[in-house]
Design a protein around this ligand. Structure first.
Ligand SMILES: [Zn+2]
Length: 408
């Protein structure tokens, strides 16, 4: 990367983290000289990434015009294919949600091409009104519950979707009309972890384990403030850790995987017979979980027993994970968080029985506040980071106006 491209990123990130300030103060803070900062700010203004704010009367030099991040000209997109739905979130460059949509869809029952076409339609319905208002998409991250290969744009294996060595980026790009912005690929739980770290702050949670409960069970492992990806990027498949050798066959072909014991499917099987609306994938998952919650609150003994059963599995699985990773915090995401009031107290009181280290190795149990939006939020965040790393790739506003048709 050239020095100038690097310095553009330094200035833009400085404004994101520390807020608006004068050119003189940016120079003093970053150690860049004033002429360089003026030139860099001119370029960032031209690209629509910053704007001039109020006059600053600070301690450094003469009063100067404040330069601040202009989050509103751009949107970053996170998209997710889950087992029961597809969803999309658009944020501005500050990570504030601009638009979000989720469509209940039995994705496992459909061909990959059809699912991706439906997702592209949903993406279009979110982008079009925003683009009409002048916002330019800067990137999209597609999150999927499986082993993904971002370089080739393939999903190696997503057993719950039935996708094996399936091309996803190329068809999505085609259905979106070959957009100018980059499209990235990420595992669903790894995307969710990025969002959790953003909400909690990396410093506050340097050793964190996220366990997301949906039809599949995903995991994201953060050690020393960094996401653990493993040698080929496949780490964190907690859902396929064997916890019941005499148990059910998993969609991955093995027996007794963690997700066969604590996944949403296990809960719903224990809770209701086939034909009960809570098991109908055409109904939005949040709506179905609202119904489960009502049954629990009403003291329904079958629902209570089902949650007890899942709780047993969570204590056992989390115990093994704590023994291996010694996280400072386990964050329960997805449906584990939606029904967290029934899972978290049990884990807090019983985790210790499964952990070798005293007092569960200092591990606390927290609930994600991001619901089923964690992966799309993390995806949008990744697309945003790309702008902060390489602001020079964002087109100048004059160019955007000339070619706005091609970019929308
Ligand atoms: Zn499995």
């Amino acid at each position: 990367m050239s020095v100038r491209r690097h310095n553009l990123s330094v200035v833009l990130n400085h404004l994101r983290v520390h807020g608006g300030r004068s050119r003189a103060r940016i120079a003093a803070d970053t150690g860049l000289n004033k002429a360089t900062v003026s030139s860099l700010v001119a370029e960032l203004l031209g690209r629509g990434l910053v704007r001039e704010g109020e006059i600053e009367r600070g301690s450094v030099g003469r009063p100067g015009q404040t330069i601040e991040l202009d989050a509103t000209n751009f949107i970053a997109l996170g998209a997710e294919v889950a087992i029961d739905y597809v969803s999309i979130m658009a944020t501005n460059l500050r990570g504030e949600v601009v638009s979000e949509q989720r469509l209940a869809l039995d994705t496992a029952g459909l061909q990959a091409g059809i699912v991706l076409r439906r997702l592209a339609g949903l993406v279009g319905s979110v982008i079009e009104p925003l683009a009409a208002g002048g916002a330019v998409p800067v990137g999209l991250t597609l999150a999927l519950p499986g082993i993904t290969d971002p370089a080739s744009g393939l999903v190696w294996d997503a057993p719950n979707l039935g996708w094996h060595e399936t091309a996803v980026l190329e068809p999505l790009r085609r259905h979106l009309g070959e957009p100018a912005y980059p499209i990235l690929l990420e595992n669903e739980a790894n995307a969710a972890v990025l969002a959790e770290l953003d909400v909690r702050g990396r410093a506050a949670a340097p050793d964190l384990l996220l366990i997301t409960g949906a039809t599949g069970v995903g995991g994201g492992i953060v050690t020393g403030g960094r996401l653990l990806r493993g040698s080929r990027g496949f780490a964190g498949e907690l859902g396929h850790m064997q916890v019941d050798p005499a148990g059910r066959r998993c969609r991955c072909g093995r027996v007794g995987c963690f997700e066969t014991v604590v996944g949403l499917g296990a809960l719903l099987r224990a809770l209701a017979p086939q034909g009960d609306p809570v098991r109908d994938p055409s109904i939005d998952v949040v709506q179905r979980l609202d119904e489960v919650r009502s049954r629990l609150e009403a003291g329904d003994p079958v629902a209570r027993a089902a949650v007890e059963q899942i709780g047993d599995g969570l204590v056992q699985g989390c115990g093994s994970l704590v023994n291996i990773f010694n996280p400072g915090m386990i964050v329960l995401g997805g449906y584990f968080a939606v029904l967290g009031q029934w899972f978290a107290p049990r884990l807090r009181s019983e985790l210790d029985t499964e952990v070798f280290a005293p007092k569960s190795g200092g591990c606390s149990i927290e609930l994600s506040t991001l619901g089923f939006s964690a992966a799309v939020r993390g995806g949008a965040l990744r697309a945003t980071r790309h702008v902060f790393d390489e602001p020079g790739l964002v087109p100048f506003r004059a160019d955007v106006r000339e070619t706005s048709g091609a970019l929308s």
